[in-house]
Design a protein around this ligand. Sequence first.
Ligand code: NAP
Length: 246
Amino acid sequence: MSEFSDKRVLVTGASRGIGWGIARAFSEEGAKVALIDVNEELLEEKKGEIENMGGSALALNVDVCDREAVKKAVEKVIEEWGGIDVLVNNAGITRDRLFIRMTDGDWDSVIGVNLTGAYNMTKAVINHMLRQRSGVIVNISSVVGMTGNPGQANYASSKAALIAFTKSLAKEVGSRNIRVMAIAPGFIATEMTEKLPDDVKKAYLERTALRRAGTPQDIANLVLFLSSDRASFITGQVYVIDGGMI
Ligand code: NAP
């Protein structure tokens, strides 16, 4: 029996890419997984996939920017499963443009989903974890939140802020046995990176020592480790997982 058997895990942006990789990996380890995403069709498809594998899933068609909808979704998961053990704040978007051309909308939407979305989710879950006196929160940041990246002033800022959020919250809630960590992936093969121009993808690969893109499973492996009891003395840290890029 896996240590995740019957653990209750909430993953945002879970209908594809890294989020789906994380959700599936938890399900394979016996966890119940609540999938949050804005893509209703894909969400239902992925819920079905988990159920076909013999797992339990809830599909919640929610925009992480919608504070009221987030609160209701979290209440629904708690009502169904009696609690939440792990929250993975993974939902994220890019609106890449050089700063001089960046619009207010590009800025607001990226900060809104990547940072405020994680705030909304965490705010909705934290009181429950405090009462429960246990919990794990994993925030999916990015290496560009540490290095900066031309064309990504909005995205890199949101990802850097997630790291500061992680470190601050970890110091506040550690005494209640709640651990908070961030992961900073490098170049991972998903739809988010698929849409990049070929020369940009090539440049990322050339900067990656292992000369390959990471996979959602690579990220899921680290999330599982950090959520497990093997990581029970770890909190407030950010883990780079980039095949040797930075
Ligand atoms: P992805 O393939 O674009 O998947 C992101 C998922 O999040 C999509 O299903 C998307 O739905 C959903 N989503 C977007 N906005 C949302 C919202 N407001 N509320 C709920 N769900 C929302 O991206 P990914 O590559 O898997 O990235 C996942 C996370 O890893 C992101 O935070 C990203 O910044 C981070 N990351 C990725 C890489 C990489 O190389 N791929 C590197 C470092 C960090 P729709 O698209 O249907 O709107």
